[in-house]
Design a protein around this ligand. Structure first.
Ligand code: GDP
Ligand code: GDP
Ligand code: MG
Length: 302
């Protein structure tokens, strides 16, 4: 199965998926009128897009219907898909890794897929001909380092690790020196699963970012927040909490193979103006792609 098919299959997994609900509306409504728009708005809200984003999409849709005198429901569907894509395109989706070295810091709560995503991204960058170093700055559990090491071996890139329990900022410091020595292109730093209500863990994250600022002041930096798509609404709280300590430059949306809850990300992008940069659709090394708004909008509405 290709990447798009996995995405499509995940997003339309349940009877209650966004896609299914939208299609039900379009088969129930034959006329393009205000009732149809109201029904669509309700579905957007129920699909975790949030009230602001849902009403923004619907008013743009209403304008377009009027301006272009759209009378066929099939064309309304196409226009809805386009409006969703437009929201995702309001942010700059491309990765900013133009300096040598550049750095990616990966943050997020426990179990969302940080370590797995790092393995997949390292592989992607390596395929593009970049030399990658990975820093095992989740020093909280020895198993976390081992897990990252397995990925580094699979990808064939360097890993910088220290003993369990050591200050993660010191691992990042070491990794930056090694990245410079080896003349590598990109350093990717793993971090521990931070419970956003634990202040000291957030302070630890701030310290890591201070080290990066000091050691690599002119480097391009991506701070990517990993969100597990299956958590739905909870993701909104996680974005809020991490924004307080970090200047998040992008999102990695994982586990889209296992959920129909991808809609939440549209609201998150719109409200926070943070772009999605990668999406994950499985546990294998090639189950991650650079985000493509058109493909995503197409997968979310058949
Ligand atoms: P971390 O705690 O944030 O580092 O999360 P991990 O990378 O350890 O991932 C937690 C679990 O989620 C592991 O079992 C991964 O294999 C799984 N996982 C990560 N990304 C995906 C994905 O896109 N799809 C699926 N189905 N599982 C994923
Ligand atoms: P729980 O009681 O099972 O929820 O576990 P904790 O709340 O102690 O920790 C949850 C997760 O937060 C752990 O798996 C770690 O990834 C992270 N964590 C907790 N305490 C620390 C710490 O002191 N340092 C670091 N780096 N991570 C921590
Ligand atoms: Mg991890």
């Amino acid at each position: 199965m290709g990447f798009f098919d996995k995405l499509k299959q995940g997003l339309s997994k349940t009877k209650n998926s966004f896609d299914e609900k939208i299609n039900n509306v379009f088969s129930a409504f034959r006329k393009v009128d205000e009732d149809l728009l109201e029904e669509l708005e309700e579905i957007l809200i129920m699909s975790d897009l949030g009230i602001n984003t849902s009403s923004k999409i619907i008013s743009k849709l209403r304008e377009k219907i009027k301006k272009e005198n759209i009378q066929d429901t099939e064309n309304v569907k196409e226009a809805l898909r386009q409006e969703i894509q437009n929201i995702l395109d309001e942010t700059e989706n491309t990765l900013n890794l133009n300096t040598k070295p550049s750095i990616i810091l990966v943050v997020g709560v426990n179990g969302v897929g940080k370590t797995t995503s790092i393995g997949k991204i390292a592989n992607k960058l390596k395929t593009q001909g970049k030399k990658v170093v990975i820093a095992a700055a989740d020093t909280f559990r020895a198993a976390a380092v081992e897990q990252l090491e397995i990925w580094a071996n699979r990808v064939g890139c360097d890993i910088v690790k220290r003993e369990e329990g050591i200050d993660p900022a010191s691992v990042v410091y070491d990794a930056i020196q090694i990245t410079k020595q080896k003349n590598a292109d990109v350093l990717i730093c793993d971090t521990a699963g931070r419970l956003h209500n634990k202040k000291y863990l957030m302070d630890e994250l701030k310290k890591i970012q201070r080290v990066i600022e000091k050691e690599l002041p002119d480097a391009d930096k991506e701070v990517l927040l990993v969100l597990d798509a299956t958590t739905g609404q909870n993701a909104i709280e996680q974005v809020k909490a991490f924004k307080e300590t970090s200047s998040i430059t992008g999102l990695i949306l994982t586990k889209l193979d296992g959920t129909a809850k991808g809609g939440v990300v549209i609201g998150i992008v719109n409200e926070n103006k943070i772009p999605v940069k990668f999406i994950g659709v499985g546990e294998q090394i090639d189950d991650m792609e650079i985000f493509n708004s058109k493909e995503f909008a197409q997968a979310i509405i058949e």
